[in-house]
Design a protein around this ligand. Structure first.
Ligand SMILES: NC(=O)c1ccc[n+]([C@@H]2O[C@H](COP(=O)([O-])OP(=O)(O)OC[C@H]3O[C@@H](n4cnc5c(N)ncnc54)[C@H](OP(=O)(O)O)[C@@H]3O)[C@@H](O)[C@H]2O)c1
Length: 249
């Protein structure tokens, strides 16, 4: 039977490309989009390439929208094999971009989507993932949120000044990933975090040095892990080493 994958924030960027790559591996892909017109346009593009693609309206920061998306997926597909928590916002730049110049309003806004939204979607989709013989949850994180990288003087991340909202939201995503992996360790569901690497998308004004095709690869890898694959890991592009592997938490 065909596997079904739900990807949030899939109308563009890394999420769209993740949907495309999962579709080429034979999965039915459900593209989560908060704007249904943008979502349908993305679905139409993938269908033109032969994909079995469907649009699911979801604003991850709105609990009613999340519940409605879960109900829609249950009604139309019955179960879910893959959840890619991809939707996120950067929050943009406030002041000089240093930790001390950011507002609490921005911190709250970024957490609503990147952290609270991810938890809301995961909890809403878990009953559907439990019906799969091989559930996979991929939380799209970022190396910028790696505490290990930030505190390791040999890692270039230790030299980078960053504002609190986006960076710490990804640190929270990392811990959330570990906690779900621990809770689900005796089930068929694997929970891992992906690091796309610095990828050219709207999130960063298309300044990234990696393509979306490359940026989607860690998510696709973790979404298609075999039964003996890992859970509770942080996998993806290793900055400075130009290769894929485990990222320090
Ligand atoms: N690009 C990079 O260098 C990079 C590096 C590391 C990690 N990442 C991570 O990769 C993931 C994808 O980012 P991207 O670079 O592809 O960014 P992007 O092109 O800006 O795409 C972000 C997607 O998330 C959606 N989204 C934002 N808020 C949402 C909400 N409340 N509900 C539902 N969808 C929402 C956006 O929808 P709209 O079109 O409606 O805004 C869009 O589809 C993110 O988790 C990001 O943190 C990116």
């Amino acid at each position: 039977m065909k596997s079904t994958a739900f990807i949030t924030g899939a109308n563009k960027g890394i999420g769209f490309e993740t949907a495309r790559q999962l579709a080429t591996r034979g999965m039915t892909v459900l593209l989560g989009a908060r704007d249904p017109e943008l979502g349908q346009a993305a679905v139409d593009k993938l269908r033109a390439e032969g994909a079995d693609a469907h649009c699911v309206r979801i604003d991850v920061s709105d609990e009613e929208s999340v519940a409605a998306a879960a109900a829609r997926i249950e009604a139309d597909f019955g179960a879910l094999d893959v959840l890619v928590n991809n939707a996120a916002i950067s929050g943009g730049m406030e002041g000089d971009g240093k930790p001390s110049s950011g507002s609490l309003a921005m911190l709250r806004r970024v957490y609503e989507t990147n952290v609270f939204g991810l938890v809301a979607v995961t909890n809403a989709m878990l009953p559907l993932l439990r019906r799969s013989a091989a559930g996979r949850i991929v939380n799209v994180s970022s190396e910028v949120g790696s505490l290990g990288g930030r505190t390791n003087p040999h890692n270039p991340l230790s030299q980078m000044v960053s504002a609190i909202p986006y960076t710490s939201s990804k640190t929270a995503v990392n811990m959330v990933t570990v906690l779900y992996a621990m809770e689900l360790k005796d089930t068929a569901i694997k929970v891992n975090a992906a690091n796309p690497g610095y990828t050219a998308t709207d999130l960063n004004g298309n300044s990234g040095f990696r393509t979306v095709e490359q940026g989607a690869e860690p998510s696709v890898h973790l979404a298609t892990l075999p039964a003996d694959g890992p859970t509770g890991t942080f996998f993806g592009y290793i900055w400075g080493q130009e290769e894929y592997g485990q990222i320090e938490w």
